[in-house]
Design a protein around this ligand. Structure first.
Ligand code: CA
Length: 227
């Protein structure tokens, strides 16, 4: 069964664009064009994830978020989609129960990557996801387990998410900023050394597991890729 995603967005063009993006990624999309319409639809059936705009006629995105978390006690993933970019707004929304924040204008691949990450974190996969393998690595998405040469790696949540991303797209080069956005739920990257530290820890763990060649290579001046 397809996972169902509700789009709450009053701008018809953006709503239909999101609908296309979601459907082509294999999701079932349920469009709502105001907070009030969304609230009515949600009384009948809860989706697996909600994409929520903030500036909506009638019930605002903030009000709907509050209603979902505090009145309906729904704990499914809610991703905010908005042009409001002030850090303070983002922090407030995350504190009030939003799972992630996508800034408009957005790239289709970013929307899908964040939805996939949020659904994974919410831990209710509808289908057993196929294992991903690359050379001597095998990752089992349902078990959140990675084997290197048949030996299970002991990974932190962020190390796992990084490897999961790399294994989904071998040879794709990611900048540190991009990796930070996708794995650490956005936020300000700045001079932060987080990604380097995590990649270096993964490399050590792969080496300890007996892999002699370098799997995550540094692409000078850009970032990293799986090779
Ligand atoms: Ca709007």
């Amino acid at each position: 069964m397809k996972e169902q995603i509700m789009i709450v967005e009053d701008e018809p063009d953006i709503n239909s664009l999101l609908l296309k993006i979601l459907e082509s990624a294999g999701y079932e999309a349920v469009p709502a064009f105001s907070g009030t319409e969304a609230a009515l639809l949600l009384e009948k059936k809860m989706p697996d994830l909600i994409l929520l705009d903030l500036m909506l006629p009638g019930l605002s995105g903030e009000e709907l978020l509050h209603k979902l978390r505090d009145a309906m006690h729904w704990d499914g993933p809610i991703l905010i989609l908005s042009a409001k970019t002030a850090l303070k707004d983002k922090v407030t929304l995350l504190e009030n129960g939003a799972d992630d924040y996508i800034t408009k204008p957005f790239e289709p691949e970013e929307v899908i990557a964040r939805i996939q990450a949020a659904l994974r974190r919410s831990g209710k996969p509808k289908d057993a996801a196929a294992p991903l393998s690359y050379k001597s690595l095998i990752l089992y998405p349902d078990l959140r387990k990675v084997l290197a040469n048949g030996r299970e790696l002991s990974l932190t949540a962020h190390e796992y998410e990084l490897l999961y991303l790399f294994l989904q797209t071998p040879e794709k080069v990611y900048s540190r900023e991009r990796l930070y956005e996708l794995v650490w739920k956005g936020g300000y990257y700045g001079e932060n050394n987080t990604v380097n530290v995590h990649v270096s820890n993964i490399r050590k763990k792969l080496k300890t597991a007996g892999l002699t060649e370098e799997y995550i290579v540094t692409v000078y001046g850009i970032g990293f890729k799986l090779q």
